[in-house]
Design a binder for this molecule. Sequence first.
Ligand SMILES: Nc1ncnc2c1ncn2[C@@H]1O[C@H](COP(=O)(O)OP(=O)(O)OP(=O)(O)O)[C@@H](O)[C@H]1O
Ligand SMILES: [Mg+2]
Length: 229
Amino acid sequence: MLQLKDMCSGYGGGEILHRVSIEVPPNSAVTILGRNGAGKTTALRTIMGLCRCASGSVTLGGKPLDDLTPDARARMGLALVPDDRGVFGSLSVRENLEIAQRKKSRWQIADVYDLFPRLKERQNNAGNALSGGEQQMLAIGRALLTDPQLVLLDEPTEGLAPIVVEQIVEVIKDVRKAGISLLLVEQNLSVCFAVADFHYIMEDGQIVHSAATADFHHRRDLHEKYLGV
Ligand SMILES: Nc1ncnc2c1ncn2[C@@H]1O[C@H](COP(=O)(O)OP(=O)(O)OP(=O)(O)O)[C@@H](O)[C@H]1O
Ligand SMILES: [Mg+2]
């Protein structure tokens, strides 16, 4: 479905990502793991068209995305849930959702409320009155309203209490069950193993290892070497 081939990108003149190749097959969930500053967010931003891909290619369903704006990529079925969640603090939950709503989408606000009853309960609360977990649900809900085929999730469980992390894991599993593929950036290994089938480890802007969950979850040596856990 999504294919990155030798993707190089960065900010201004500086190259941050060096020949990154990643594949997300249809109906799958894949992670990018790596320490702080490895380039994980830059990879998601480049896929979404927010950073320029200097060389190499990014294709979705075989179609090259290189010349497309972030909006055009969204219309092709990509959605990014950014690491800061991007919730409008002064707007209510409902207003945050209404902004993202699309008439022809398979996902309407009522569907988002079915998936996240908590958001329905809090629909009149301001974005900045939500807990971290609720903000994450709202950010994912907004992404769903754009009718994505593939959601790019940037550290959805960062800074959340363990019980809330478990809730977000269930939410991510539900999104998958709805037939949406995921590319997940995450530093919490147990989250990665709970929701994804295949993992790429990034270090200094390069992919240094990739493996299926079954081959990777017991590899303490790799967890220590690349992730420091
Ligand atoms: N807007 C920017 N301008 C210039 N350099 C940047 C910018 N954003 C990030 N960088 C640099 O790019 C490199 C990769 O950053 P990136 O945010 O992609 O890493 P990350 O793996 O997502 O880290 P974290 O786990 O802390 O979120 C870092 O060296 C960072 O300093
Ligand atoms: Mg990041």
